[in-house]
Write a protein that binds this ligand. Sequence first.
Ligand SMILES: CC(C)(COP(=O)(O)OP(=O)(O)OC[C@H]1O[C@@H](n2cnc3c(N)ncnc32)[C@H](O)[C@@H]1OP(=O)(O)O)[C@@H](O)C(=O)NCCC(=O)NCCS
Length: 212
Amino acid sequence: MGAQGAQGILFVERRLRTPDVLGFCGMTPTLETDRLLLRRWRGSDREAFQKINADPRVMEFFPALLTAEETDQAIVRIEKHFEEHGFGLYAAELRATGTMVGYVGLSIPRFHAPFMPAVEIGWRFAFEVWGRGLATEGARAVVDHAFRDLRLPSLVSFTVPGNVRSRRVMEKIGMEHDADGDFEHPGMPVGHALRRHVLYRLHAESHGAEGA
Ligand SMILES: CC(C)(COP(=O)(O)OP(=O)(O)OC[C@H]1O[C@@H](n2cnc3c(N)ncnc32)[C@H](O)[C@@H]1OP(=O)(O)O)[C@@H](O)C(=O)NCCC(=O)NCCS
C-alpha cells in the first residue's frame, strides 16, 4: 500500500503478521503496544508532525522550531533511514483514535562523537499527550524489538542535562547514565547552552531480552 506525497515521495507501509511482531515484512516491522501502533510514515502524517515540530514546548531543548518544509524533509530522511537500515523512528499512532501523536524509534546519529558507532533510541510526542506514559510504553516496545529481533548489542540515548522528562523515560526503560560518556554535541557552537549532552546506555545482556 502506498501514497504519493506532495513532494513526490513514496510513503510505503508494509504489513505481514508474525506471532512476535505485528507487520514484520522483510526488514520493516510494525510494532504494537496497548495504546500505540508504531509504523512507517504516511503522507497524511505531515500536517500533525509539522504542528509538533512547530510547538515551542516540544522543541524547548532543540536549537530551533522546524518549518513545515523542514518537517517534510525530516520525514523523508526518516523513511530513507528505514530503507537503508531496516529500522528507524516510527510514527506513533494512538490505536484508539488513529491519531499520529509523535515518534519513537531507532536511528544512527549523523554526527561524530566518542560513543559512535551506536544506535540511538529517541522520542518526540505532541504536548497534548505528554504525561500519560506513552513515550515509555513505545520505547519499551522499541527496546524489545532492538534486542530480540534486530539483535543489536546495545543502545544509547542522549539529551541536554535539563531535559528531565526525556531523562526520566531513559531511566524508566532501564538505561543508565554513563557520566564518562557525556559529550559536547558537535552540531552546536562552542558555548551554546544546548551543546553539553548526557549519555545513557542500555546493553542487551543487562536488559535480559537477549535470546528471549
Ligand atoms: C520526552 C517526552 C517524549 C516524554 O513523553 P511522555 O509521554 O510524557 O513520557 P512518559 O509519560 O512516558 O514519562 C515522562 C516522565 O517524566 C516525568 N516528568 C515530567 N515532567 C517532569 C519534570 N518537570 N521533572 C521531572 N520529571 C518529569 C513524568 O512524571 C514521567 O515519569 P514518571 O512516570 O516516573 O512519573 C516528551 O516530553 C517530549 O516529546 N518532549 C519533547 C521532545 C524531546 O525532548 N524529546 C527527547 C529528545 S532527547
